[in-house]
Design a protein around this ligand. Sequence first.
Ligand code: GAL
Ligand code: MG
Length: 991
Amino acid sequence: MATLNLNYLEDLNIFNVNKLDYYSDHKVYKSKQEYLNKQSSFYQSLNGEYKFKYFASPKLIGEEYLKEDFDISSLDIINVPGCIELNYTHAPQYVNQMYPWDGSFISNPPHIDMDKNPTGIYFKDFDVANIDEDLNISFEAGAMALYVYLNGEFVGYSEDSFLPARFNINKYLKHHNRLTVVVCSYSKAAYIEGQDFWRLTGLYRDVYLYSTPKAHILDIKVLANLENNYQDGHLLLNVKSKNVKEINATLSYKGKEICKKSFKDLLDIKVKNVYSWSAEVPDLYDLELEVIDENGEVSEYIHQDVGFRTFEIKNKVMLINGKRVVFRGINRHEFSSIGGRHVTKEEMDEDIRFMKANNINAVRTSHYPNDTYWYELCDKYGIYLIDEVNMESHGSWTKMDVFDPSWNVPGSLPSWEKIVLDRVKHTFERDKNHPSIVIWSIGNESWAGTNTVKMHDLFNELDKTRPVHYESCMHVREFRDSTDIESYMYAKVPEIEDYLNNNPDKPYISCEYSHAMANSLGGIDEYIKLEDKYELYQGGFIWDYMDQGIIVDDKWLYGGDFFDRPHDNSFCCNGVRYCNRTDSPKVCEMKQVYAPVVLTVKKNKVEIYNKNLFISTSIYNFVVTILKNGKFYREYSFNEDVAPLSKKVCSLDLEGINEYDEYVVKVSAHLKDDYGLLQKGHLISFGEDVIGQYKHSVDENDNNYKVFNSDLNIGVYGDKFSVLFSKREGGIISLKYNGQEWVNKPLLPTFFRANTDNDRGNRFNITSSIWYSVDQFLNYTNKQYKVIDDEKVFTIVYTYILMNSMQNKVDVTYKVYGDGNIEVNAHYYGANNLPEFALFGMNLAIPLKVESFKYYGLGEQENYIDRHNGTSLGIYQTTPMENVSKYIEPQECGNRSEVRYCKLYLNNHHSLKIYMKDKPLNISVLPYSNIELEFAKHIHELNKSPNYTYLRVCGFMRGVGGDDSWGAPVLSKYCLDATKDYEFSFYIQGE
Ligand code: GAL
Ligand code: MG
C-alpha cells in the first residue's frame, strides 16, 4: 500500500524518485498538420479543476487519502495551474532574506519544521482510452516537494520548484484513473529556494499526460554556431532516440528550403551566408524532423527553431556574432498579481511586447528557470537571456544584513553537492536549445564554496558555447572560479570603475542595478555612460520588471497584508511596472537611456549615434519637431543611413526661428515600418535642445489697485482680482480672480515631501526628520512682516524664523501688479549644522477640486532632477488624480521639472496660473497633501473623492536616487544642502 514517506523531505540524497531523465523541451506531433494546428495527439492536458484538501502538516495526512477509492466528492475545488495560497487555504507569505520560519523554528539544514509545513493534496480522476501506450505525466513546475500517486500506488517524488517533474505511469495505468498529488510547502530544498519573493506553492504550471511513439526522439541537442568570420552557419544536431530507423531533416528559412538530409544520431549542415540570430535581428530557421520507425512509417514530427549565433568571451569581452554586446537588461520574476507564480501566456506575450517596446535587449530569469513559452518568445522576438538555476540560500549567510556564512548551504558541503549539481544538469538539458539563452547562471545569493565552483564547471563541461555567471562569489574571492563574468549587484559607478581600472580579468556586468522600488531609478544614466568608457563594461539588469503586489478585490497588497508573519513589507514591489502590468513613470526613463540610437541636439545640429550592432539607422524615420513657447511650430522628417556602431552629425533646418521666443528643437527616431512586435511609427528615442528663453510678461509699473492696510489684514483690490495678506497668519489668506476664491490655507514655504522608499532606505527620513516638523508646524509666532513703501507696486515681505535655536529663516516677498500678477520671491537663508532638505518651495492648499491642469515643462510623465531623460518639453494636460503615481505604498509623486507655466482649471471659467520668473520650476498638483501621502500605507487607503487640491511650486527639489533602496545616497549633485542659501521666484495669475 502506498505511503507518504516524509523522510524524503529531509534526506539530501533523495530529491528525485522515479523521475524520468532530463531532456530537451522539444514538442512532438504526429504530423506537420498537427504542428500547424498546435494540437498534438500525443498530449492530453490535465489542467483544470482538481479536488483539494489542505493540511497544516503532511503528518496529518492519513493513508486513506492516498487510496484510489478515497471519497473526494465533498472536497473543495482548486484550479491547476495555480497557487494554493491564492485559494486562501493559508496565507501567502512574503519574506526576503530570512527563512519563512524565522522565529518559530531554528534553521538547521536539512531539517525543517515538519509540524508547520502546509501541505495540499490534489485529486483528479481521468480516463485513458489506450492503456498500452507508453504514457508519462509531466508537472511543468510545482513547489516545493511533490509526491505523485496513481490509483493508490506511489509513482514518484520530485523537488526543484521551477523545473518539470516527469514520471512514467504505465505500470499503474487503468482506463479510469485516480491521480493523487501531495504538495508540501517545505523540504530541505527550502534552504536553497530562499529567493526574495512570495512564498507560494502548488501546481502553478501545466500538468499533462504525454505518450511517446515507439520510434521516438528523446532528446535533441542543437549547436548552431557561426564560422568563417561569422559569415556561415554550422548546424550540428545530436539526437538521442529509440527504435528509430532514420530521421528526415529539412532546414528552411522563411519558407524556403535550404537543405534536406536523412540521419540517425548526428546531423551536420553548413549554411553559407547564414542569416544569424541576435536580439536585434532574431532570424530563426525552421528545422523539421520526420522520424521514421523500423517499418518505414512516420512515427512523429518535430519542429525545432534554429538560431545561428556565436556567443563567446574573446579577449575578456563578451561578443555576439563577433560584436561586443552591451546588455540593456532587466530582471524578471515569473509573477502575476492574479495568479501568483502562474503566469498566463497572455501575460508573457505582454511582457515580451513591453521588453521590445522599451529598448530592453536582455532579461535575467531571476532567480530560476521559467516557463518554456517565455524562452520561445525570447527566441522569436529577440532577447538575450541569462538563464538562472533555481538556487538561493540568502538566509544561510546573511543575518540582519551582516554576512555570517557559518552554516551556509550549499557552500563546500559534500552532502549538498548532488542536489545542486542536479539542478544545473536539469536546467541545461531542458533549456539548451534556445538561441536566446546566451549565459547560464548557477543561481543567486548563495555565498560560495567548492559546490558553486562545481556547478560552474559542470555548466562549462555540458556547454562549450555559453559562459557561466554567478555573483555571490564576489564576496568570497577564493571561489571566484564560480563565474566567467565579473558580476556585482547594486555596485555604484565608482565601485564598478574601480574594478574596470585595475587590470580586470573578466568582462563586467551588473546582474542587478538601479533598484526600481516605487519613486526611484534616479541617476541610472550614470551607468549608461560607462558603456562607452570601458570595453569590459557590458551593461546590466535593472531590478526589476514589475511590482509583486497581489491584487485582491481591487486592493494591491504586499507582505503582511495577509497577516503573514514574519514578513518584509512592500519590498516585493521594485518594478518599473506596477503590479497590474501597467507602466510607472520609470518606464520612459529606462526606455530612453536604453535606446539603441542616441540623438544629441545642439542648436541646428543633431548627432546620430547608432549603438545597434547589426542594423543601420535606415530602418528609422527621424522626425524634427519644433515648438515655439511650447506650442507646435513646425515639423519635418528625414532619413539617414548611419552604420551600426557609428556616429554622424546632421544639420537641422531651423528657418524662421527668432531670438524673442523659446524654441524646443526635438529630433526623434521612429520605426519606418512594422518591426517584429512593434508597429510602424513606434518611438525609439529622442533628443532635444532649447533655443531662447521663455518669458512671462508683466507690467512692473502697473499699480492700478487699492490697498487697505487694516489691523490684521492688508487687502489689495484690482480690477479683476483681490488678495488679502494676513499679518497674523503669515501669508495670503484669500486670493480671488473674477470672484473665485483659491486659498484654503495660506501659501507657505515647504521643505518636506512624503518620504520615498529610497528616502527611508538611506535614512533620510530620520536624519532629515526635523524638516518634517518645520514644514508641518511652520514658525511664524514672531509675526514678522514688512510692507515696503518705496517700491512702485505694493510689496510685502514675511519672515519665517524656521527653528528658534537656529539662524535659518525664509523671507517671502510678494509684489502685486495691477494686471493681477503677483510676484513671489522665496529666499531661504541657510545655517550651520542643518541636515539636507528634500525641497524648497511654496505650498498652496486649494479648497476645491481642480478639474485638470496644463503645464509647459517636462512631461508627460512625472520627473525629477535625476530622472528626466525620458520626458521632453511640451505642453501637457492631466488631472490631479491621474497625477498620483500608483506606487503600491504612497509617497512623494507627481513632480514636473523644468516647468515654465502651469494652469489649474477649476472649470471653464476659472483658472489659476503659475509662471516662472527667471528659472523654470518644479511643480506638482495633487489631490493629496504630503502628509496624506506619507501616512497612507496602500494606494487604496487614499480618499477616492478628495475635496482639496494641493499645488506645490518648488525652486529646488532633491533627486529620488535609485542605486539601491537600502542605503544608497542620492547623488550629491542632486541633494540640497540646508546650510546654503536658496532663492527662487514665480508669478501667480488667474482668470
Ligand atoms: C537582491 C536580490 C533580489 C532582490 C533585490 C532587492 O539582493 O538578488 O532577489 O532581493 O536584492 O529587491
Ligand atoms: Mg536574496
